[in-house]
Structures are given as structure tokens and as C-alpha cells.
Design a protein around this ligand. Structure first.
Ligand SMILES: Nc1nc2c(ncn2[C@@H]2O[C@H](COP(=O)(O)OP(=O)(O)OP(=O)(O)O)[C@@H](O)[C@H]2O)c(=O)[nH]1
Length: 309
């Protein structure tokens, strides 16, 4: 066992369109587990990918709004940014090395400055497109932007990276990890690497199940996808997936909350989750939800292993 503390948390990459956010996400995560969703609105944070390392886990999420600053500019957004980004542990602001810093970048920085005490990391992307001198100038301009808009302390870190040739990708990961809270892994490792969809599906079910009852059961709900199998005998253009999901709660009172009177709430959870899962997977699904009690699952190591934690 390593002495190093395990860290885990949520990171959001923001920046102008084309700044290189998606490419960097994929480079960080590695192709095998790159997750993309065509419907970012379905959850508050759409998980784009999860970076597993021995002592850390970074969960890269989309934040609607800042992901598309152009639309954002057109909206009245007083509290939007604070709302959507308040829950992540660090923010990576992507600025291309080969483009002058513009009003869009300044605008985003000023929005980010409203997030108090949130680590803001400037990531200078696409370094392969410029020479050393130009990169140095850009890094200085980025530092200056930070000091101008964020005040004396500026950015928490400034890191150059090229997702195209792999330069410093590892380092970007290290920098993000250094700003994550101490925490065990938040998502199961194995399941994710092999089956990114299963993790996304679990997340969507969890979101739907917690809707409106978050206060009553903040961390007491574990969602595990049992299986995702194609329904047999269907033609290629009429696919149906059978998705079986277990929801584990700690107490029978919580089970009752999830299920609702006569099962009404669970049906609603199922309908909502099904719609977002169908949007994610691009196929129709039959969603089968089972609520089970796993007593004190958060504290019992055997249960945790069984649940994939
Ligand atoms: N040369 C080079 N090109 C890159 C690099 N990273 C991204 N690109 C290119 O830049 C373009 C935009 O990259 P994306 O990753 O899609 O940018 P994005 O910020 O996710 O864009 P939006 O989804 O529009 O917000 C693509 O054509 C990428 O191939 C890099 O490190 N080097």
C-alpha cells in the first residue's frame, strides 16, 4: 500500500469553442474509456470521462453554459456560472496557444472569478502549433490575464499541453489531482474501464432517483447496473436494450422514499431515467429498476466490494 493519500473529485474544462477541451479530455482519459453524450442537458453534470490512477480519480464533467461560451454570451447569466460550476472541485480553463487572447477569454475569466476559492487552472492547449518563443509569450499573456481579472493571486496553476502529441498530458492530470480533495474513488474502476456506458447509465438513474429527495438521502444511494443486453430477435433498425439496474439504499425508510406510494415515484424515476439513457445510448431501452437494502453499505468493506467500490 502506498503512503500517498488518495484524492478524487470533479473537474470541468471550460473555454471558447474549439479551444481543445474534448481532445484534452480524451487524451487524459485514454481512448478506452472516453465517454461522450449527445445530450448534456440530461444531467447537471454530464460525465465526459474518468481518469483512474493508483492514488487518484478525476471525473471530468461538462458544465452546461460555459462549455459553449458563445451561447452563454447571449443569455442573462448572472448566477448560471456560479450555479453550474459550484459543485466541481477545480476548473481548467483551456486557452489555445496559437490564438490571441480575446474578449471571449476575458469574459470567461471574469465569470470564473466569481467562484470564490475554486482552484482555477489555466491550460494552454495545442502547444504543438507554435514555437517556443510564441508559447512563452502566450504563457505570459495568460498569466497577465489571470492577474488582471482574478487579482494578485491569479491562476492556481498555468500548464501548457498538447493533446495531439501527448506533451504534458500526464502533468495536466497531476496538476488537477493536486487540487482534488482527499477522497476514496467516487466511481468503480473495473466497471468503468470495460463498460463506460454502464457507469453513465448508473449515473443517470442515480440523478433521477435523487431528484427532489436529495436532502433525505444524500450519500445513501448506490446504483449498480446489473446488465445491458440487446433484446433478442430484433432487427438492426429496431433495437431494444434490456437494462437492469439495482438501487441500493441503507434503510427501509429510504427504500419507501425511492419507491413512493404504490410505486408511483419509482415509475416516474424510471421514465425520466429511461429518456436520458435513450438519449445517451441512441437506442430504445427497457429499463428494469430494483430497489434493495444493503445495510450500511458505505461502511462495510464487503458490501463496498460487492457494489464495485
Ligand atoms: N494541433 C493540435 N490540434 C488540436 C489539439 N487539441 C485539439 N486540437 C484540434 O482543435 C480543434 C478543436 O478541438 P476540440 O477538442 O473539439 O475543442 P473543444 O474545445 O472541445 O470544442 P467545442 O466542443 O466546440 O467547445 C479540433 O480540430 C482538434 O483536432 C492539439 O493539442 N494540437
Amino acid at each position: 500500500m502506498s503512503e500517498q493519500k488518495h484524492r478524487a473529485g470533479f473537474v470541468s474544462l471550460v473555454g471558447r469553442p474549439n479551444a481543445g477541451k474534448s481532445t484534452l479530455t480524451n487524451a487524459l482519459v485514454g481512448q478506452k474509456v472516453a465517454i461522450t453524450s449527445s445530450k448534456p442537458q440530461t444531467t447537471r453534470h454530464t460525465i465526459r470521462g474518468i481518469v483512474h490512477r493508483e492514488n487518484s480519480q478525476l471525473i471530468l464533467v461538462d458544465t452546461p453554459g460555459l462549455h459553449r461560451p458563445r451561447t452563454l454570451l447571449g443569455q442573462r447569466l448572472n448566477d448560471l456560472v456560479a450555479d453550474t460550476l459550484a459543485e466541481v472541485d477545480a476548473i481548467g480553463f483551456c486557452i489555445p496557444a496559437n490564438e490571441p487572447i480575446g474578449p471571449g477569454d476575458k469574459f470567461i475569466t471574469s465569470q470564473l472569478s466569481r467562484l470564490q476559492r475554486k482552484p482555477l487552472i489555466a491550460v494552454v492547449t495545442k502547444t504543438d502549433l507554435v514555437d517556443r518563443a510564441a508559447l512563452t509569450r502566450q504563457l505570459m499573456a495568460v498569466v497577465a490575464l489571470g492577474e488582471e481579472v482574478l487579482g494578485e493571486q491569479g491562476w492556481a496553476d498555468v500548464v501548457p499541453v498538447s493533446a495531439a502529441d501527448g506533451f504534458q498530458v500526464e502533468t495536466v492530470g497531476d496538476v488537477f489531482v493536486s487540487h482534488m480533495p482527499e477522497s476514496p474513488a467516487l466511481y468503480p474502476d473495473g466497471a468503468l474501464t470495460d463498460e463506460p456506458e454502464a457507469v453513465m447509465v448508473a449515473e443517470l438513474v442515480r440523478e433521477a432517483a435523487l431528484e427532489g429527495v436529495r436532502d433525505e438521502m444524500p450519500h445513501s444511494l448506490a446504483v449498480v447496473v446489473d446488465e445491458i443486453v440487446p433484446r433478442e430477435g430484433r432487427s438492426a433498425d429496431n433495437q431494444l436494450l434490456d437494462v437492469r439496474v439495482n438501487l441500493f439504499v441503507e434503510r427501509s425508510s429510504q427504500k419507501a422514499i425511492i419507491i413512493g406510494k404504490g410505486g408511483a415515484r419509482l415509475r416516474e424515476v424510471g421514465t425520466n431515467a429511461r429518456q436520458s439513457i435513450e438519449a445517451l445510448l441512441g437506442t430504445r431501452i427497457y429499463l428494469d429498476l430494483h430497489v434493495k437494502i444493503a445495510k450500511d453499505w458505505q461502511r462495510d468493506p464487503k458490501q463496498l466490494v460487492r457494489l464495485g467500490f
